[in-house]
Design a protein around this ligand. Structure first.
Ligand SMILES: NC(=O)c1ccc[n+]([C@@H]2O[C@H](COP(=O)([O-])OP(=O)(O)OC[C@H]3O[C@@H](n4cnc5c(N)ncnc54)[C@H](O)[C@@H]3O)[C@@H](O)[C@H]2O)c1
Length: 270
């Protein structure tokens, strides 16, 4: 159901790789709510071609950018503003990758070259993006910048490795830059801490199937899906949440406040 919550708003969406991606759903929901969008991802992921289907449905240009490259980000923001004919109202950073997790390297044996990559792709890219937006004064007043995080920033989850450190840094960057964007531009910056979700990045975490079942059993409302995350993103892009900023917002069916549920207990007792 559409409420026209984003009518007249223009945004950039990072990270739609395929139809399982959280960003893919956010793009569809944002457009259904009246937004105009620009899609972006790495040149390699664009070559896979799936994003072109989304671009067609959303009537959106696709602009290649590696989120770790300031040069790419500068060119992306310039092209997006040219396309929109003005400034930007919302941005979704839905970007994450850890070579250590991908190669199942345990936390106590981290490869530090890979760790640099994990932090650069999954956290510093958010700083770089906001620095470019700041320097170009690219955001409209009462705009909204959102990145996706995970509870491993606060609590330890087996298999999540150095992504936990990246998410902690990502959330800290949201607060630090949020204070600057709020004061200078009346722009809000938040992270959404999402349930485990069966996407390409999600399924790259060892034992994800079990984690999905466990989290679902622990959460009073069940796991939040990618579609539901998209709905939440839309509210944060809309004018209905203008004074929400510098927050890490849990979108996890209640998981983060639970100790042990009957369903999870029964699952473990089996
Ligand atoms: N899936 C989950 O369980 C889950 C839970 C909480 C948070 N998140 C977060 O949600 C976000 C989106 O992940 P997803 O689950 O939709 O998986 P996904 O694999 O569909 O999306 C990850 C995206 O990151 C992009 N990416 C990787 N390196 C990049 C770079 N250098 N520059 C630009 N883009 C790059 C990939 O191309 C891909 O589109 C990530 O930040 C992830 O950590 C996921």
């Amino acid at each position: 159901m559409g409420y026209n919550l984003l009518k007249g708003k223009r945004g950039i969406i990072f990270g739609a790789l395929n139809s399982s991606s959280i960003a893919w759903k956010v793009a569809e929901h944002a457009v259904a709510e009246g937004a105009e969008i620009v899609l972006t991802n790495t040149p390699v992921s664009l070559r896979m071609g799936e994003i072109n289907h989304l671009a067609e449905v959303c009537n959106a240009p696709v602009i290649a950018a590696d989120a770790t490259s300031v040069e790419d980000l500068e060119s992306l923001i310039d092209q997006a503003m040219e396309h929109f004919g003005g400034k930007i109202d919302f941005v979704l950073h839905s970007v994450g990758m850890s070579p250590n997790v991908r190669k199942s390297i345990p936390y106590q044996q981290l490869n530090y070259t890979f760790l640099d990559k994990t932090l650069d792709i999954s956290a510093l890219s958010f700083h770089k993006l906001m620095q470019v937006l700041y320097n170009k004064q690219a955001m409209n007043e009462w705009g909204s910048i959102v990145a996706l995080s995970y509870l491993a920033a606060q609590r330890t989850f087996v298999g999540y490795g150095d992504m936990a450190d990246a998410k902690a840094l990502l959330e800290s960057i949201a607060r630090s830059f949020g204070s600057i964007f709020g004061k200078e531009f009346k722009v809000r910056v938040n992270t959404i801490s999402q349930s485990p979700t069966p996407t390409t990045a999600g399924m790259g975490v060892a034992g994800m199937d079990s984690m999905l079942r466990f989290a679902d059993a622990m959460s009073p409302l069940g796991n939040a899906s990618a579609e539901e995350c998209a709905d939440y993103c839309v509210t944060l892009f809309s004018d209905l949440t203008r004074k929400v900023t510098m927050q890490n917002l849990y979108h996890d069916g209640g998981f983060s406040s639970m100790g042990l549920s009957e369903e999870a207990f029964n699952l473990l007792a089996k």
